[in-house]
Design a protein around this ligand. Structure first.
Ligand code: NAP
Ligand code: GLV
Length: 309
C-alpha cells in the first residue's frame, strides 16, 4: 500500500515515522512538485497545491489532517470522486474547549481591564457582570462546538447554540437555520463562531448580523476568517456596540503587518492555534480508518461535498 503525503509546512519526517509504526506495510511517498511518483492508494494532506491534484487520480480516499474541509473543497470538480475523510476530533475538541473557555472567562471576569489597571498601579474592584445575562452562543454544534458547550456548562453560563439542523441538547437552548438566526443572535452576549466555511456561512458575520448582538457583546472566532467581514467588526467595536473580540483566524493568514486589527487593543489575536493538529493522534486515526476502508467497513467523518462540510 502506498500513501501520498503532503505537508504544507514541509515537516514530513515525523509523519513518515509515525505511519511506519502504525502501518508498517505502507510506503509513504512524499509529494514534490515536478517529480513523478508511482500511483498511491491513499492521500494524506490538508491544503494541497493545485499541482498535486493530478496525483490523486488513482487514490481510493483522501484523508485530511484537519477538521475543516474548505481548503480541499475549493478545488470542486477537479477532485477525484473518492471519499474525502476529515479528522474527527483527534485531540482538537479539548483544545477548542480550553481556548474558548479562556476567552469567555477573560471577558466575563474582566481580566483585560484588571490588567490595564494593574499596569497603572490601580487597585479597584469592578462590578461583576450578571451571569444570568451572560449568555454564550455557539454557532456550529458539531464535533468541536458540542465539546465547547460541554465545557462552558460547568461554569453555569446560560448557553445557546445555532446549527443547520435542529438539535435537542440538555442545558442548551437550540436554534437552527435562517429562521432561528435572529433570535439566537439577539440573545447572545458572547458569540463563538465554530462553523465550517461554506457558501452559506461565508460573510455570515457582517454588519447586519453583528448588529443584532446586544450592546456589549463579545465575539470569539475560531472557525475561519472569511466568516467575518473584518471592517464591519472593527467599525462595531470602535462604535462601542461590540466590546471586543478574540480572533484566531483571519481572511489572510498570516495576518498582514499593516492590518488595523493589530492596533485595536480590544482585539486579541492568536495565529490559528486554537486547535492544532496533533500528529500521533491524527496518524493513529487515519491508520484506523484506512484499515476500516480496506475491510469494507463504514468510516466516520466523511465529507459531504454537496453540503460543503
Ligand atoms: P462539524 O462537526 O462538521 O460541525 C459543523 C457544525 O456547523 C454543525 O453543527 C453544522 O450543523 C453547523 N453548520 C454547518 N453549516 C451551517 C449553516 N449553514 N447554518 C448553521 N449551522 C451550520 O465541524 P467541527 O469539527 O465542529 O469543526 C468546525 C470548524 O472549526 C471546522 O470546519 C474548521 O473550519 C474550524 N476549525 C478551526 C480550527 C482552528 O485551529 N482555528 C481547528 C479545527 C477546526 P448540523 O449539525 O446541522 O450539520
Ligand atoms: C484547522 O483549522 C482545522 O480545520 O483543522
Amino acid at each position: 500500500m502506498r500513501i501520498l503525503l503532503h505537508r504544507a509546512d514541509g515537516v514530513t519526517e515525523p509523519w513518515v515515522r509515525d505511519f511506519a509504526s502504525v502501518l508498517p506495510q505502507a510506503e509513504v511517498v512524499l509529494w514534490q512538485e515536478g517529480v513523478p511518483c508511482a500511483p498511491c492508494d491513499y492521500a494524506v494532506l490538508w491544503s494541497p497545491p493545485a499541482a498535486l491534484l493530478d496525483h490523486l487520480a488513482k487514490v481510493k480516499a483522501i484523508f485530511l489532517t484537519g477538521a475543516g474541509v474548505d481548503a480541499i473543497l475549493k478545488f470542486g470538480d477537479a477532485l477525484p470522486p473518492v471519499p474525502i475523510i476529515r479528522l474527527g476530533d483527534a485531540g482538537m475538541a479539548i483544545q477548542m474547549a480550553e481556548y474558548v473557555a479562556h476567552a469567555v472567562l477573560r471577558y466575563y471576569r474582566r481580566f483585560d481591564e484588571y490588567e490595564r489597571q494593574a499596569r497603572r498601579g490601580v487597585w479597584s474592584p469592578l462590578p461583576q457582570f450578571d451571569k444570568a445575562q451572560f449568555t454564550v452562543g455557539v454557532m456550529g454544534m458539531g464535533m468541536l462546538g458540542r465539546r465547547v458547550l460541554d465545557s462552558l456548562a460547568h461554569f453555569g453560563f446560560p448557553l445557546r447554540g445555532w446549527s443547520r439542523s435542529q438539535k435537542d441538547i440538555d442545558g442548551v437552548t437550540c436554534f437552527s437555520g435562517d429562521d432561528g438566526l435572529d433570535e439566537f443572535l439577539r440573545g447572545t452576549r458572547v458569540l463563538v463562531c465554530m462553523l465550517p466555511l461554506t457558501h452559506d456561512t461565508t460573510n455570515l458575520l457582517a454588519r447586519a448580523n453583528l448588529s443584532k448582538l446586544p450592546e456589549g457583546a463579545y465575539v470569539v472566532n475560531v472557525a475561519r476568517g472569511a466568516h467575518v467581514a473584518e471592517p464591519d467588526l472593527l467599525t462595531l467595536i470602535r462604535a462601542g456596540h461590540i466590546a471586543g473580540a478574540t480572533l484566531d483566524v483571519f481572511r489572510n493568514e498570516p495576518l498582514p503587518g499593516p492590518h488595523p486589527f493589530w492596533d485595536e487593543p480590544r482585539i486579541t489575536i492568536t495565529p490559528h492555534i486554537s486547535a492544532l493538529t496533533l500528529r500521533s493522534e491524527s496518524v493513529a486515526q487515519i491508520a484506523g480508518k484506512i484499515g476500516a476502508l480496506e475491510r469494507g467497513e463504514p468510516v466516520a467523518d466523511m465529507v459531504d461535498r454537496a453540503r460543503g462540510y
